[in-house]
Design a protein around this ligand. Structure first.
Ligand SMILES: NC(=O)C1=CN([C@@H]2O[C@H](COP(=O)(O)OP(=O)(O)OC[C@H]3O[C@@H](n4cnc5c(N)ncnc54)[C@H](O)[C@@H]3O)[C@@H](O)[C@H]2O)C=CC1
Ligand SMILES: O=C(O)CCC(=O)C(=O)O
Length: 449
């Protein structure tokens, strides 16, 4: 184990997700540090691994029965070397500082790759939106953002959505900020298009993921057309990945949630996708209802944690994990390789364990890390910020054109950085190196603070 990784583990005990994210970066950055001693001299990686600020607070709210509920709230302001802190908010019972630190750390690299001046942050709460009424969600968001308002601002820190936080929650939080500050600014992204939001932000992460995959396939004179695709998750990223796969002539055959997955042998069609959107975004039901409605599909329950997930043992050309961290372990990766998978594009943040990444790369599978291939979401948040600064709105075509351009630039940047250090075709190493050098150089320029 590297010295730095042991220090990270010692300084951040009981935070395996953060250790994992740190390990991946420390390993891939080593050749850069060897070649550029200034990065070691200025202790850049050591500094990047320590949040600039970690805010932890109590969130008190009242449920529909009149009972007082207490949750934990956090914001990790990880790095502001190249711009205001930027990154999503996650509401999920698993949220604790270790998960948010891994997400914020990855966000720093991702945001640097977009070419837009944004630092990295992440936040959230252990609040579980599942089963909560509309009013309970609103009261929780209002209480959460009453505290957050003291720490954010359109030039300071601009949160957005992530797991459990979509347009509805962003609306309640924006309303709270506006009331407390008496100002209408772009303090959050993912806003409604009628009140400061950008067209295409909702679609951007999933669309960007598939644009990235299309770039990877083009490099091998191939395309998404006709590709059979496994997609996990059924939330924002998964829905729009499925939509873009369909636009590009591919055939998505799976979707999942934390209860299990559906496998539709005939493929998820645009009409069936509308059913998933309504199920998840409006009715907030479980994915098995898809199989109740469409006889071409079957539902398989998956108990968490599982030794392996049978969804990743279905034969396909491409896999797009779009649910959560570590959803593909070493055994799942072996199954994907055994079945001849050609490409794995990460839509979620860190969905592959380190063992799984090594397995797919060693077996020549095209693999893109989330910090590159899911960067379309935050890039479009950056585009929303630009529109807010200008007080202007761009058309969906304009934003989509910019998104496609950014995804191609990120794709090429990863390849160039990887090649420069002798890792031809390795998107993970390329993304880590390109993200790191951009932030590192800005940190050196700004002095030892
Ligand atoms: N929303 C965005 O713009 C971005 C999201 N991401 C990442 O994409 C992933 C999905 O996020 P969203 O779609 O925004 O969230 P979401 O809340 O809309 O959907 C999350 C989906 O994952 C499923 N899920 C959660 N835990 C699971 C588990 N243990 N097993 C199986 N399924 C599970 C949920 O059922 C749901 O379908 C997360 O890793 C997030 O960090 C990354 C970049 C941007
Ligand atoms: O749009 C944003 O600011 C955040 C997106 C995000 O949380 C992510 O990229 O993981």
């Amino acid at each position: 184990m590297s010295d730095l990784l042991s220090i990270v583990k010692e300084r951040n005990p009981g935070e395996p997700e953060f250790h994992q994210a740190a390990e991946e970066i420390i390993d891939s950055i080593k050749p850069v540090l060897d070649k550029n001693p200034k990065y070691r001299k200025y202790k850049i990686l050591e500094r990047m691994l320590e949040p600039e600020r970690l805010i932890s607070f109590r969130v008190t709210w009242m449920d529909d029965k009149g009972e007082i509920q207490v949750n934990k709230g956090y914001r990790v302001q990880m790095n502001s070397a190249i711009g205001p802190y930027k990154g999503g908010l996650r509401f999920h019972p698993s949220v604790y500082p270790g998960i948010l630190k891994f997400l914020a750390f990855e966000q720093v690299f991702k945001n640097a790759l977009t070419g837009i001046p944004m630092g990295g942050g992440k936040g959230g709460s252990d609040f579980d939106p599942k089963g909560k009424s509309e009013n309970e969600v609103m009261r929780f968001c209002q209480s959460f953002f009453t505290e957050m308002t003291k720490h954010v601002g359109h030039r300071t820190d601009v949160p957005a959505g992530d797991i459990g936080v979509g347009g509805r929650e962003i609306g309640y939080m924006f309303g709270t900020y506006k009331k407390l500050q008496n100002e209408f600014t772009g303090v959050l992204t993912g806003k409604g298009v009628g009140w400061g939001g950008s067209l295409m932000r909702t679609e951007a992460t999933g669309y960007g993921l598939v644009y990235f995959a299309e770039n990877m396939l083009h490099r091998r004179n191939d395309s998404m057309k006709g590709k059979v695709c496994l997609v996990s998750g059924s939330g924002n990223v998964a829905q729009h990945a499925i939509e873009k796969i369909l636009h590009m002539g591919g055939r998505p055959i799976t979707a999942s949630d934390s209860s299990g997955f559906i496998y539709d042998e005939e493929g998820i069609t645009p009409e069936k996708l509308e059913f998933i959107k309504d199920l998840k975004n409006n009715r907030r039901g479980r994915i098995h209802e898809y199989a109740d409605k469409y006889k071409s599909a079957r539902f398989t329950e998956v108990q968490q944690p599982a030794a392996f997930d049978p969804m990743w043992d279905i034969k396909a050309d491409c896999a797009f994990p779009c649910a959560t961290q570590n959803e593909i372990n070493g055994k799942d990766a072996e199954n994907l390789v055994k079945n001849g998978i050609k490409l794995i594009g990460e839509g979620a943040n860190m969905p592959l364990t380190i063992e799984a990444i090594n397995t797919v790369i060693d077996n020549g599978v095209m693999y893109s890390p989330g910090k590159a291939s899911n960067a379309g979401g935050v890039a479009t948040s950056g585009i929303e910020m630009m529109q807010n600064y200008l007080g202007s709105y761009w058309s969906a075509e304009e934003v989509d054109k910019r998104l496609q351009h950014i995804m191609k630039e990120i794709h090429d940047t990863c390849l160039i950085a990887a090649r420069q250090y002798g890792f031809e075709g390795n998107y993970m190493v390329g993304a880590n190196i390109a993200g790191f050098t951009k932030v590192a150089d800005a940190m050196i320029a700004q002095g030892i603070i």
